[in-house]
Ligand binder design. Sequence first.
Ligand SMILES: [Cu+2]
Length: 127
Amino acid sequence: MKGLFVALAVASLSACGGSGGSTAPSNNTPPGNTPPPSNGISVQNNMFSPGSKTIAVGSEVKWAWNSCTGDVYSGQTCQSHSVTFDDGTTSPTQDQGTYSRTFGAAGTYNYHCLIHGAAMAGTITVQ
Ligand SMILES: [Cu+2]
């Protein structure tokens, strides 16, 4: 629902704008997307990129949602995903934003998206 609202808001802004030509960004990236920081993980539609990551004990990993795509009305459609670990730790199920987790103990941490299940999964190896 939130994604739809944003899409409509963006569409109406675009309709009222119009002071000479298109001002769309040349890279055409919908504004709901958040590029991950270096060493971060991008939450895309139906995949985490990179899917596997190895870090040192005590490190923080940041996921950034990039699940919005432009639509034909100059707005965007954003799909919801989550970062949900087998140990129960989870991000919200959201269509935009970021999530961070700090790993204080060595081990293998498997996670998946609550909506897309095993088809959208990743692993953090902490050593
Ligand atoms: Cu998902």
